[in-house]
Design a protein around this ligand. Structure first.
Ligand code: ADP
Ligand code: ZN
Length: 734
């Protein structure tokens, strides 16, 4: 017997190993094995079992041992993992190492004691032995040793002697490690009656569920339209049909909320949480229970999609537009896209839900690849907030500078405070200022490892790099000329907080960004003070825009809509529109309507105008022609190669070589006119953590051409010290 194994090494190859007689019985696809590999011993994943004698290499080595008592995936799961590996051009062994739980987690076992006796023991027992027998009779005959140990000293040796006498059995049972449900933010909302729009959407989904066929639904519902309620009803139906469910949310931080809501709602079902914040032990245990079909509901962040859920019938992707579904290192996948692939392989349903669907998803709905479901109104006829756009070009403070808060925003905060309502102030940048400059000699404080300026954080009084975390104490004098006229430009959340404190000295002010939430529990603490209305004004980064539901927020201020508009990405307008709409949506969820004030230097930009009017389809009508003209997704597919080198000259040589290889491939394969190449050129941030960076962007209509070109490119060119990462984006799959 032979097995084919995938190994966690940077190679597309898989390897054949012989199975020694003694290990044959335990061989199953999906288990991990220990194997000799060159001079090393490595872990491999069994992906095929074969008795064939036509093996390419008869002289194969033998596997050393089998690591798992039960498989981590079956052949159907493997098909999906292979698809992922192929599509994202990431070796199968590396893909599996990324997806599957921990390397040496050992199941946790406990001893179970069972009484083997009907009435009085036939033998004479010591007093202590007698007590244990009585204890067992009283407590139901089968109990874990750990329980006996709580009552009796020396329980293990007493049990051993009783076992020798044949009065009890000792067996072993696996103890499942799991996470406790801690949050009480989710509420008990069992008795909601769906409104007409929700009903219509649900009916469509029900039709899909009963058909048993693959289909994708785009649930486009404005913020507060009750999308979650539709998901939960669809889940109910799926569980009734004995189907499995995966429920994805964009952030780990949102999973406790989701879990408590799901646990409250589906009390008869075991629910597993899977995300990168779960310990390896727990992940391994939950994974195997999912694989066995003992747990049928999995909730979590992007990695939960890989869980081997049995009889999978429904995948929910909440806030499907969210960029956290994209993993940006190692295996660069997008869980939203893969949800559709996985559903197709399983003949399951996918619901993509959002108030601001990704252009790609919207486009797919328009061309009827997805079923479009709409919830155009908020529940209980609550109005959408009124959005005012303030042109900051016309705003000046007493010193003639652009103020942090415009007059309108100041007035509105004032009114909200007077009425006892809450205000959210949003700025997508943390720290105090974005860069510091010496006015005497022009010295700019830059990170020594990265090609960026350092951000000033007033509170510990440091200059910090947001890319590598390098930090120094902010010097009082310029290190270049010893001058003292150091000024800072650009602002972050700390600065906004300070300004708000100066103006509204009696208000209770909080700040939520990755600096204030770094400590465990801090995030939940801030949210619950906001919930209890112990905060009047909360300043924060995009962390505050996601998923929360706070009834007393009636004012949302966007300090600068321009931060996301100016990023060098073809999706900048889309991101800005999404961000503004999402952050506006945080307001007015209670009985009072909300107001949103957006400050910008680009009041005429279509992303801002459309967000002001809550006009999603208008935004798509503006954006789609631009994408089409420049041949960007959804009108093309893109592969980006990220190239890095610690040595600049070696990197440059690698880049030269890449350019040449690319030219060769273009000629050989006649690619002119079929593939558009941008670069290789310096990345927008030319150095991070000491590594010089370049990028190469390939665009084409046909993904197969891009796949082939990228593989050929990787195979042919001499790297010369260059490290290459491939980003294939997006999956345009139906
Ligand atoms: P979304 O996900 O679309 O932003 P949610 O599903 O979180 O909206 O719903 C917003 C709020 O409205 C929640 O508090 C939810 O319990 C409530 N809700 C949902 N559906 C209804 C309904 N039909 N009637 C009354 N309240 C509802
Ligand atoms: Zn740095």
């Amino acid at each position: 017997m032979f097995v084919r194994v995938a190994i966690n090494i940077p190679s597309e190859k898989t390897f054949l190993y012989a199975v020694p007689e003694a290990l044959k019985e335990g061989i199953t696809v999906g288990k991990r094995v220990f194997i000799p590999f060159g001079k090393r011993r490595l872990i491999g994943y069994i992906i095929e079992k074969t008795s064939a004698t036509t093996c390419e290499n008869i002289d194969t080595k033998e596997i050393i041992s089998i690591l798992d008592t039960e498989p981590l995936f079956n052949e159907d799961d493997l098909r999906f993992y292979q698809w992922v590996s192929h599509y994202y051009i990431h070796p199968l062994g590396k893909t599996l190492a990324e997806i599957l739980p921990g390397d040496k987690v050992i199941p946790k076992k406990e001893k179970i004691i069972t009484l083997n006796l009907e009435d009085t023991p036939p033998l004479k027992l010591t007093e202590k032995q007698d007590k244990i027998i009585n204890f067992l009779k009283l407590r139901g005959k089968t109990i874990p040793l750990s329980i006996i140990s709580q009552t009796f000293k020396n329980a293990s040796s007493l049990i051993k002697s009783l076992e020798r006498k044949g009065l009890i059995f000792v067996s072993e049972k696996e103890v499942w490690r799991s996470v406790g449900v801690t949050s009480d933010i989710g509420k008990n909302d069992r008795h909601i009656v769906l409104n007409e729009n929700q009903k219509t959407a649900l009916e469509e989904i029900m039709k899909g569920l009963s058909s048993g066929r693959f289909s994708t639904y785009l649930l486009h519902g404005v913020t507060g339209s009750g999308k979650t309620e539709v998901y939960l009803k669809a889940m109910e139906e799926t569980l009734r049909l004995k189907g499995g469910v995966i429920f994805l949310v964009p952030e780990i931080a949102l999973t406790p909320q989701l879990l408590s809501r799901l646990n409250g709602r589906f009390q008869d079902h075991k629910i597993a949480a899977l995300h990168s914040g779960i310990s390896r032990n727990v992940r391994y245990d939950q994974w195997r229970r999912i694989q066995r079909g003992e747990i049928t509901v999995v909730a979590g962040a992007r990695s939960a999609l890989f869980a081997p859920v049995r009889n999978l019938k429904l995948i929910i992707v909440d806030e499907e537009h969210d960029t956290s579904y994209k993993q940006e290192d190692r295996l660069r996948y997008n869980a939203r896209d893969l949800a559709i692939v996985k559903a197709k392989l399983n003949s399951a349903l996918v619901i993509l839900g959002s108030a601001t669907p990704e252009i790609q998803s919207y486009f797919n709905a328009r061309v009827k690849k997805y079923n479009y479901l709409s919830l155009p109104e908020r529940v209980e006829n609550r109005p959408l907030p009124q959005v005012d756009v303030i042109d900051m070009k016309g705003e000046r403070d007493e010193r003639g500078k652009v103020p942090v808060l415009s007059r309108s925003l100041k007035d509105a905060i004032h009114d909200a405070l007077k009425e006892g309502k809450q205000t959210l102030l949003f700025l997508n940048r943390r720290g105090y200022s974005t860069f510091m400059l010496c006015l005497e000699c022009g010295h700019v404080f830059k990170c020594p490892n990265c090609a960026v300026s350092m951000t000033y954080h007033a509170h510990p009084g440091v200059l910090q790099c947001h890319y590598c975390d390098y930090a120094i104490k902010a010097p009082p004098l310029c290190p270049g000329c010893h001058g003292s006229r150091i000024v800072s430009y650009g602002m972050g959340t700390e600065r906004v907080e300070e300004e708000v404190k100066n103006i509204f000295s009696h208000a209770r002010i909080g700040r939520m960004d990755s600096d204030t939430t770094a400590r465990k529990g801090a995030y939940e603490r801030i949210l619950s003070t906001l919930h209890r209305q112990d905060i009047d004004i909360l300043v924060g980064t995009q962390m505050i825009t996601k998923g929360h539901d706070f009834p007393a927020i009636t004012l949302v201020g966007v300090i600068s809509a321009d931060t996301s508009l100016n990023i060098p990405d073809f999706r900048a307008a889309e991101r800005t529109f999404q961000l503004l709409t999402q952050v506006s949506g945080r307001g007015g969820r209670g009985d009072s309507p909300a107001r949103v004030i957006v400050q910008t230097f680009n009041p005429g930009h279509y992303s801002i105008r459309r967000a002001k009017d809550h006009d999603c389809s208008g935004f798509y009508e503006d954006e789609l022609p631009l994408r089409k003209a420049l041949l960007y997704p959804p009108f093309s597919r893109i592969v980006v190669l990220h190239l890095q080198s610690l040595k600049k000259d070696r990197g440059m040589k690698g880049i030269e070589n890449l350019r040449k290889t690319m030219g060769d491939l273009f000629r050989i394969n006649n690619l002119a006119g079929k593939v558009e190449v941008i670069g290789p050129a310096e990345a927008p941030i030319a150095r991070i953590r000491g590594r010089y960076r370049w990028q190469l962007l390939l665009k084409a209509k046909d993904i197969r051409i891009l796949h082939t070109l990228t593989r050929d490119l990787l195979a042919r060119f001499k790297r010369g010290g260059l490290d290459i990462r491939v980003d294939v984006d997006p999956v345009n799959f139906m």
